[in-house]
Design a protein around this ligand. Structure first.
Ligand SMILES: *Cc1c(COP(=O)(O)O)cnc(C)c1O
Length: 396
């Protein structure tokens, strides 16, 4: 009885999610300001937000979208992906990283991950390049930048366009440079679990003027109102559609929230780094737990913290461990199911076993909660829950 009680009080009373936004009164005041003003969409806040993001990462241009997936779709359009074109990407990512290729009629080609960084393995890219390969979509999984220097070199050698899916890595560095100018185009997402939020939102940053112009068209019906760019011109009311675009615009409400959140970004990243370091220090000594390894050139902005449980060290499988952590009120998750194992991709003809490292990774990984608003006690709760579950299922 007393033993039971003792154990019970150790468990958190409230559920700790794996990720969550941090919005304060200042953010709310910014959004209210827009609501009380003249423009709630297609107004000046969009450009202000785009300039803030571009200048933060050191890029020339930024184009904001209603979400990160739409932004990736825009990047595939700007890259000229067409039916029959192949685009190389990683299986360990959110489905949006390869769905954007399908939207334009292209074919995603999955290249296996490096088992240490969990990012696409540059050593395996060249073997997957064919006459039809048009682009590489590299993903900075967990916030650790991919080896973009090596990927750019391969891309240059084969005339490929590079798109960096940096949904996880706003604020991260590679070789001392901020993610955002390492690839031809870079996407950031502002979903609430990401580094800063606009509710829903995304952006493409680029130094290339041609891509920039295409992204602007694509975001708004493929339509221009610029008289200098028109083929015909019937008068001052005239607008002209040149491409098949979409309505993928961000609102000024979202952009206002984004502007306000940008001021806090560095603080958010710092807190994420602190928590990740505390986890790694705590789990380093546990045999059978694999803490995330970092590439020497990479400084992660830590969107996710992945802990791997080596099956040979435990009496139960990952699912039982996962459920035990959930029973402790720790909102663990698994990122990600290899994209090509999704039924939709299976029906397209991708087969199980395509990327063995990715599949092995998937079977052993558990995502721990990580977001800036976690308190020191939250971090301790996670560490203690992991320790209890570890001790319960450790194979002695
Ligand atoms: C979040 C995310 C996206 C898509 O962003 P949304 O804003 O949710 O559409 C794309 N790729 C990765 C890796 C992501 O994590």
């Amino acid at each position: 009885m007393s033993e039971d009680n003792h154990n019970h009080t150790l468990i958190r009373e409230t559920f700790l999610p794996y990720g969550q936004q941090w919005i304060d009164d200042e953010d709310i005041a910014e959004v209210v300001g827009v609501l009380k003003g003249e423009f709630i969409t297609q107004g000046p806040k969009i450009t202000e937000f785009e300039q803030k993001v571009a200048s933060y990462v050191g890029a020339k241009y930024a184009v904001a979208f209603c979400n990160g997936t739409a932004a990736l779709h825009g990047a595939c359009f700007a890259a000229g992906i067409k039916p029959g074109d192949e685009v190389i990407t990683t299986p360990i990512t959110f489905i949006a990283s390869s769905n954007c290729v399908l939207y334009e009629g292209g074919t995603p080609v999955f290249v296996d991950i490096n088992p240490d960084t969990y990012n696409i393995d540059p050593d395996q890219i060249t073997a997957s390049i064919t006459d039809r390969t048009k682009a590489i979509i590299a993903v900075d999984f967990t916030g650790q930048p991919v080896e973009m220097d090596r990927i750019q070199m391969i891309a240059r050698d084969h005339g490929l366009i590079t798109i960096q899916d940096a949904a996880h890595s706003l604020g991260a560095l590679y070789g001392g440079r901020k993610v955002g100018t390492l690839a031809d185009m870079t996407m950031f997402s502002f979903h609430p679990v990401k580094h800063i939020t606009t509710g829903e939102g995304g952006v493409i940053v680029t130094d290339n003027e041609e891509y920039y112009e295409k992204l602007l068209l694509f975001r708004s019906h493929g339509m221009t109102k610029d008289p200098d760019k028109m083929i015909n011109n019937d008068g001052p009311w005239y607008y002209e559609m040149h491409e098949l675009g979409y309505n993928y615009r961000m609102t000024d409400l979202q952009a206002a929230l984004g502007c306000s959140q940008m001021h806090k970004l560095d603080g958010f990243v710092k807190r994420r780094q602190e928590i990740a370091q505390q986890y790694s220090e705590a789990f380093l000594k546990f045999e059978g737990l694999v803490i995330p390894k970092q590439h020497q050139e990479a400084e992660s902005s830590w969107h996710l913290y992945m802990l791997r449980w080596q099956p040979e060290n435990f009496t139960v499988d990952r699912k039982v461990i996962f459920e035990a952590l959930r029973a402790e009120n720790i909102g663990v998750h698994v990122h990600y199911i290899p994209v090509y194992l999704q039924p939709y991709y299976q029906q397209l003809g991708y087969e199980k076993g395509l990327c063995p490292q990715a599949e092995q990774y998937y079977n052993t990984a558990i995502t721990l909660p990580l977001f800036p608003r976690m308190t020191d006690q939250d971090v301790i709760d996670v560490i203690q829950a992991v320790q209890r579950v570890y001790e319960r299922f450790q194979l002695l």
